[in-house]
Design a protein around this ligand. Structure first.
Ligand SMILES: [Zn+2]
Length: 228
């Protein structure tokens, strides 16, 4: 069942306001004691049919998974589960309401996990669009630092800190910080800062000898990438 179908389950369910039954709201709380002796005694019109403890525990763990994947949808379903519990609609047994809810939650969890798996590569591509090249930006300590950015054929980005003629690959967290700083001042300006700082082309790193290129901080061939 798709997540839409599960949402239909929510909306089709009678959404009255219920008093504070929080069976599925606090996963660590022990289950309420089974009050077999009062079942039907004070409210004979309501048959309080409860799922098994194993079913209840499974519903709780499924709800926790779904909430982790999609908080909004998960919270709606937790409310629904609480209402079904209050109304005695989480009936036990293989054909019961609890089993039906469990199947829905399992399908939803699968759908949400698939969605998350598909979204992951997209998120990876949301790297700041810094082209391969050389850049200089200020560190958090306020001094200029020199970097090399590489982009593989498959689009994987690496950032290296240049120390003299050595290049030290940065962790991804540090790399992202540098890429964002480059985007803040623009790749062109960050490349020019590199060229000015080291006297070589701020894209390919080759030595600049032409006075115009030296003042630009970028060689003529590499300048074409910036439309120059
Ligand atoms: Zn160059």
């Amino acid at each position: 069942m798709s997540s839409n179908a599960t949402l239909a389950l929510i909306t089709s369910y009678d959404q009255r306001t219920h008093s504070t039954d929080t069976t599925f709201s606090t996963p660590s709380r022990p289950l309420p004691a089974r009050r077999t002796e009062t079942r039907g005694a004070y409210h004979p019109q309501v048959k309080m049919s409860r799922p098994s403890e194993a079913q209840t525990a499974f519903i709780k763990s499924l709800l926790a998974d779904v909430i982790e994947l999609d908080a909004e949808q998960g919270e709606k379903l937790r409310t629904l589960a609480n209402e079904m519990w209050t109304d005695g609609k989480l009936t036990p047994g293989r054909e019961g309401g609890a089993s039906h809810l469990i199947e829905n939650l399992k399908d939803l969890r699968t759908a949400l996990r698939d969605r998350a798996a598909k979204a992951a590569p997209t998120a990876k591509r949301e790297v700041p669009a810094v082209p391969a090249g050389r850049y200089a930006v200020n560190t958090d300590e306020g001094h200029l630092a020199f970097y090399k950015v590489t982009v593989s054929d498959k689009g994987f980005v690496n950032v290296y800190l240049q120390v003299s003629d050595d290049f030290q690959r940065l962790s991804w967290t540090a790399a992202l910080g540098v890429l964002r700083k480059i985007m803040e001042i623009s790749p062109l300006e960050a490349s020019r800062a590199y060229g000015h700082g080291l006297g070589c082309c701020g894209v390919c790193g080759r030595t600049l000898t032409n006075p115009e290129s030296i003042s630009l901080g970028i060689g003529p061939k590499c300048m074409t990438r910036f439309g120059g």
